[in-house]
Ligand binder design. Structure first.
Ligand code: DHB
Length: 300
């Protein structure tokens, strides 16, 4: 019998545990729908703010040997403009998670209030962006993170995931604070603040001078964060960081994740990566006798 790949995220069934991570190609409804058609169990939009944000000028991406460094500066068209894109994304099979960013706690609530008419399946709060001023402040403070969740939960009944920074010194304190304040899930992790210097000029390559590191280089750090968080809280974790194969997904689930975010691998391998990861995960489960995704968590 084929292993069962479906998983339950905050009471919502995903056909398989793969989730398009925020920031990669989630900027139009059609693209999000396509990623769902290509096999993602859920898709996360780019982070949306209240008004349009322009983002940073290029160079804003650097390809490293085993990772990607980016400082896009969260360009997005603003909440009003994005409502239609969410509605289009929701026509697809995948669960639609809308990522939200703002520069104050009230701001996050304002964005959610505008987006409610599109009825997202879930929100993800990006309070851990390394590339805008103060972008990681909330994810580094259990008090602020708890306040953010309380405020966000007061304006929507949809489940909310908190995207946490791998750079948060008080990782488990922040995880407990958002859990207690009403988070339905934690997305672990966002990119890690990092820097690349041009070897000829000795100047920073990125216009923003620093950026967020993702891909292979991030995976061991993400696995460590997921395992620490899963020891601290009961709410499900969307384990994100450097996953590009079924084995990586199995490792993430075994570290404590319920679902698995995929971002940089889409940049390198295209949208076929979701089906590839699911198929490889299914083969691993079959060969090890795991009948469902939950069995991996306890048995690998
Ligand atoms: C950007 C935002 C993020 O949350 C991240 O992890 C990396 C980059 C950005 O748009 O600059």
């Amino acid at each position: 019998m084929k292993p069962e790949l479906s998983t339950n995220l905050c009471g919502i069934k995903l056909d398989n545990p793969t989730v398009l991570a925020s920031g990669i190609i989630g900027n139009t409804g059609e693209l999000l729908k396509r990623v769902g058609d290509e096999g993602a169990g859920a898709v996360t939009t780019k982070s949306i703010s209240l008004k349009p944000w322009e983002g940073h000028p290029s160079p804003n991406v650097v390809e490293l040997k085993n990772g990607l460094l980016n400082a896009m500066g969260l360009p997005n068209p603003g909440a009003e403009e994005f409502i239609e894109e969410i509605k289009i994304a929701k026509e697809g099979d995948a669960l639609v998670i809308v990522s939200v960013v703002e520069s104050s706690i009230q701001g996050y609530a304002d964005v959610i209030s505008v987006l409610e008419s599109a009825e997202p399946d879930m929100y993800e709060l990006n309070a851990s962006c390394p590339n805008v001023k103060g972008g990681q402040d909330i994810s580094r403070s259990p008090e602020l993170a708890g306040k953010l969740l309380e405020k966000a939960c007061s304006v929507t009944n949809a489940p909310i995931s908190f995207k946490i920074s791998p750079d948060a010194g008080k990782l488990t304190d922040v995880a407990r604070a958002v859990d207690e304040a009403g988070a339905s899930a934690i997305t672990a992790v966002n990119t890690l603040p990092a820097k690349a210097i041009d070897s000829k000029t000795n100047l920073p390559i990125l216009s923003n001078t620093r950026g967020g590191l993702s891909g292979e280089l991030l995976r061991p750090i993400a696995l460590r964060c997921v395992s620490e968080i899963s020891d601290a809280v009961e709410i499900p974790i969307i384990g994100t960081g450097g996953v590009s194969t079924g084995q990586h997904a199995a490792e993430m689930i075994s570290a404590g994740a319920r679902a698995v975010g995929i971002g940089t691998a889409v940049w390198h391998h295209g949208v076929g990566v979701f089906k590839k990861v699911s198929d490889e995960l299914s083969s691993i489960m079959e060969s090890r006798g795991f009948e469902n995704v939950g069995a991996i968590e306890h048995g690998i």
